[in-house]
Design a protein around this ligand. Sequence first.
Ligand SMILES: *Cc1c(COP(=O)(O)O)cnc(C)c1O
Length: 399
Amino acid sequence: MAGIGNRPGALRSVHMSDSHISQHFETLAIHAGNTADPQTGAVVPPIYQVSTYKQDGVGGLRGGYEYSRSANPTRTALEENLAALEGGRRGLAFASGLAAEDTLLRTLLTPGDHVVIPNDAYGGTFRLFAKVATRWGVEWSVADTSDPAAVRAAITPKTKAVWVETPSNPLLGITDIAAVAQVAHDAGVKLVVDNTFATPYLQQPLSLGADVVVHSLTKYMGGHSDVVGGALIVSDPGLGEELAYHQNAMGAVAGPFDSWLVLRGTKTLAVRMDRHSENATKIADMLTRHPRVTGVCYPGLPEHPGHDVAVKQMKAFGGMVSFRVEGGEAAAVEVCNRAKIFTLGESLGGVESLIEHPGRMTHASAAGSPLEVPADLVRLSVGIENVDDLLEDLKQALA
Ligand SMILES: *Cc1c(COP(=O)(O)O)cnc(C)c1O
């Protein structure tokens, strides 16, 4: 049986990220992992829809591939691309964001360990801690991660990791990654950053001191609402090996076609994020002046409490905007129902604009917990349509 150290992904990802290290993000997005097929010259890596690989004599692997749970060339291409974009040494692709998170938890933690989790986070992440990890003896407590002192106070002698989401879902809170990395490392604890909302184009947590970056590739990385996937990216090769061991041992890997779709998505990430950010900025600005809107959450607004930190650690402020509607839950639900171009639906990060009611939809699992969201909150995933059409749609939905 070949050990994890024989996996080609390990060697090639280190090589690839080193050879691309001096290139800019937009260039890496298109070229890292995308080497022309050696046999045909195909410019885009093919979908290697295959489970096993012919061996030249027992143990004679061609290119190191033996079984597609352990490694698959299309997935390797994506994993190299992800490592390069986050400025890490190792990227690993999973069947979903939550599969990536579960693999990470079971790699870092054993029963009795404690994790500090944020007071605003993706509902499914909270559910994974509250309903699943708890049953395996993992303890957690909630802190306002936008306050480094609150994170320090929540760390106990049993703490093994601090988990941060910035910007957070759905309230768009901002955590100072460098400051919290300092707090975590002073306590000998690892910092995990969910970078789904920002993407590596807008923010690179590893360069700010994070130990692990988590992604739902389902969102901006895929970018077209046509694939579910997840990823972990790390700088430390040893931790990378441990995670790769668990990725193979637990088996929640990204399939070849899903890997190919995400690899196609990341090529346009930079141009998409520029437009998402531009459109969201104009929409947040309109909402702050709308008489029926009682509050707007967007880190690009100067009055946002995390604005200065966001300016320091982000290139732009992304495409997610949340706002509160006068008239409570019924009014917020009504706005969601009346929108036409903004499609009523869960998820985010695609080219098309989406609208949802977090309290009843994405964050229903956080009801009654410290992560419960306001009932009058509406969340927008601002797409890359013409912004004038989007502004008109919101105005008619609020009228
Ligand atoms: C969607 C999401 C996840 C979970 O990812 P899936 O691909 O749906 O499993 C995790 N974190 C954030 C911030 C998300 O938006």
